[in-house]
Structure formats: C-alpha cells, structure tokens
Design a protein around this ligand. Structure first.
Ligand code: FE2
Ligand code: FE2
Length: 270
C-alpha cells in the first residue's frame, strides 16, 4: 500500500463528508490487510493542511450562536444526533492528522495499528449517525454546527504529547462522561436506532481513550518524564478552561486514566 502518511493526508484533503469517511475506511482496511499479511507498510511523510477540508454545509457557527433545541422534542434530539455526527467527522480528521502531522516522530508499528483502527471506528460512527439522521428525514449538513473543534489540533500541531493529552485524554474522555445520559434520553423516547449507535460509540471510545493513555505513557517513558505531572502541565498549557465534572471514573479507569490525573484540573479543584 501507499505510505500511510500520504493516505492520511488524502483523507484530510477530502471535503465531502461521506467520501472522507469512505476513504478513511478504505485506507484502514488496506493497512489492516497488509499487517495481517505480516507486512509493515511504510509510514512515509506528508504535508497535512493546518485545517482539514470540509463540506460547504453544515454552516459552522461560534458555539453561543448555535441554536439551542430542547432534548424533549424530536427536533431537539435530531439536532443532538447532528451535533454528534459533527464530532465524529472531526474525530476522523483528528486521528488521521496525528498520523500525517507526526510522521517524523519514530513510533512502533502498534501505534499506527491503534490510530488506524480508531480512525476506522470514527468513520463508522459518522456512518451510524448519518443513518440515524436519514431515518429522521435529515442529513449531516442540514443544521449549523459548532466551530472551534479543530482548535485543539491547531494548538498542539507541534507537540505530539500535547495532542495526546488534550485530544484522547481530555476531549474523548469527556465523551465517556456525557454519552450514558444521551443513551438514556434516546431509550426513554424508544429511539432504538440511536440507542444502538450511541452504545457502539460508547464502547469503542473507551478504546480510543486507552490508546491515548497508552501512547502518552510510552512517550513519557521515552523522555523520562512523570506521566501525571506531564499530563497536567500539557492540559494547563493547551486546554482552555477547567475540566467539567461529573466524571465517569469507572470508564476512565478502564481506559487507563486514573482520577489523580484529572481531578486536580477539574472545575473548582484548584
Ligand atoms: Fe467516535
Ligand atoms: Fe474516538
């Protein structure tokens, strides 16, 4: 197969959302097939764009300008699924961006295996939510979406440890905190397709946080740095604002994120 970093840059340069997700899954399948055949395809180098290509729609607005909708209404829940679809599409780009942008950092094959798998799962998540939107007569792009989601990537474009601290270990971990309530909401409204999609996402996101923690610890070991102190320093440097409790301490622990890593960064804790 082509060098992995070039494949990653191609996903980032693809604007159409469905095509981005399709290409992401195709590159992931090629990587997995090569690895299962006992090969280690080249990682190579790439020049990823600072910001990934995106479709003209959805309109991207500052968070406070995105209309608030009540989750009690069917429309509100559709808007919630749209917002999650936007997060998942962003996650597709975030995973490929790590591969493309930090291709110069020597990492073991298992790092790429994990990142490719996570990118593949994010693409699947986007597809699951696109199906839920279609079942409600909507589609990705029909509603405005939050701007600013790429900021964490731009802020950490030069710092792989900062990227791992802020993206999987803060942002994706936050997903573990909020998803159970979302699943309950859709269950109460008997929207079984959304429940199934969110349950798949919830289960697989534990793995993404775990990959982040695993490779963050690996790099701390390489540089002889204390993981907890380093994590807290990087989050204070790159992440704006405190972390918001309540935390899903059980799933976070399952993902290799112990409470003494994040509690000192929480709202009202320092
Ligand atoms: Fe996801
Ligand atoms: Fe994820």
């Amino acid at each position: 197969m082509r060098p992995l970093a070039e494949c990653a840059a191609e996903v980032l340069a693809t604007a159409d959302a469905a095509e981005k997700a399709r290409l992401s899954r195709a590159h992931a399948a090629a990587w997995v097939a090569a690895r299962e055949a006992g090969e280690m395809p080249p990682v190579g180098r790439a020049a990823p764009p600072l910001r990934p290509a995106r479709p003209d729609r959805p309109e991207v607005l500052p968070p406070r300008e995105v209309p608030k909708r009540k989750p009690g209404s069917a429309e509100g829940r559709t808007a919630m699924l749209h917002a999650v679809a936007h997060i998942e599409l962003n996650a597709v780009d975030l995973h490929w961006d790590v591969i493309a942008r930090f291709a110069h950092v020597p990492m073991p094959p298992g790092f790429y295996d994990d990142w490719v798998q996570a990118a593949d799962e994010e693409s699947k998540h986007f597809g699951l939510l696109s199906d839920c939107l279609a079942a409600r007569g909507s589609h990705y792009g029909a509603l405005p979406a939050h701007a600013g989601m790429w900021r964490a990537a731009e802020d950490t474009a030069e710092d792989i440890m900062g990227r791992l601290a802020v993206v999987p270990m803060v942002l994706e971990a936050r997903g573990l905190d909020v998803t159970p309530d979302m699943i309950d909401l859709f269950r109460r409204h008997h929207e079984t397709d959304a429940v199934a999609a969110l349950e798949t996402i919830y289960a697989e996101e534990v793995g993404h946080v775990a990959y982040g923690s695993k490779w963050f610890h690996f790099l701390c070991g390489r540089h002889e740095q204390d993981p907890r102190e380093t994590f807290q320093g990087l989050v204070r440097q790159y992440f704006r604002g405190p972390l918001k409790p309540p935390f899903n301490t059980e799933k976070r622990a399952e993902a290799g994120l112990p409470p003494d890593f994040y509690w000192p960064l929480a709202d009202g804790m320092d």
